[in-house]
Ligand binder design. Structure first.
Ligand SMILES: O=P(O)(O)OC[C@H]1O[C@H](OP(=O)(O)OP(=O)(O)O)[C@H](O)[C@@H]1O
Ligand code: HPA
Length: 179
């Protein structure tokens, strides 16, 4: 295990089981709909690619890169668009795929934007939900698992761009970011 990890919360196998459950729900709910699956970079990249591989139906994927944490463990409060979608969401059934909903600011920002852009429907699938972190009232339609109010990394999630490649999700040792 990476020495900066305090404890593993979800193993590779745990994550696989969560993804299979979420994919089955999404497949049933979007049958015949060709949804636009929007991966929120960078954190959701591993999750989204594993999730869509579990769904053998028509869907399209696009990517949006937004950032509000930079190299910190606390949200700056400002959501910045680094890369916008290539696809128009107008009239589309949009499924936002996130790795984690913490303060809820990123999700609120995206949902408001897709609403303004006249999506037909907007739903959210998040691998993790951290309800104790919430400062904005927002919730996901599909939730993989709830996590405690600790800083988690791995499987796409970073601290200062590190740890995204870990195949598991773990709590980062506080001394790593308190230095
Ligand atoms: O609910 P919130 O408090 O807004 O936090 C959730 C967002 O924070 C992280 O992104 P980040 O801004 O760190 O960018 P990254 O995905 O590129 O690491 C994460 O991937 C979510 O998109
Ligand atoms: O706990 C977290 N870990 C990594 N990135 C995050 N972005 C919001 N919360 C987190």
């Amino acid at each position: 295990m990476n020495p900066d990890i305090l404890k593993v919360l979800y193993s590779r196998e745990d994550i696989q089981a969560i993804n299979a459950r979420l994919a089955a729900q999404i497949k049933a709910d979007y049958a015949g709909k060709n949804p636009l699956v929007v991966c929120i970079l960078k954190g959701a990249i591993l999750f989204m690619t594993d999730l869509v591989r579990e769904i053998d139906d028509y869907l399209e994927i696009d990517f949006m890169d937004v950032s509000s944490y930079g190299d910190a463990t606390i949200s700056s409060g400002e959501v910045k668009i680094i890369k916008d979608l290539d696809t128009s969401v107008r009239g589309r059934d949009v499924l936002i795929v996130e790795d984690i909903v913490d303060t809820g600011r990123t999700l609120r920002y995206l949902m408001d934007m897709f609403q303004t852009r006249q999506a037909n429907s907007i739903k959210v699938c998040t691998l993790m939900d951290k309800p104790e972190g919430r400062v904005v009232d927002v919730s996901a339609d599909y939730v993989g698992t709830k996590v405690p109010n600790e800083f988690v990394v791995g499987y796409g999630l970073d601290y200062a761009e590190r740890y995204r490649n870990l195949p598991y999700i773990g709590v980062l040792k506080p001394e790593v970011y308190a230095k």
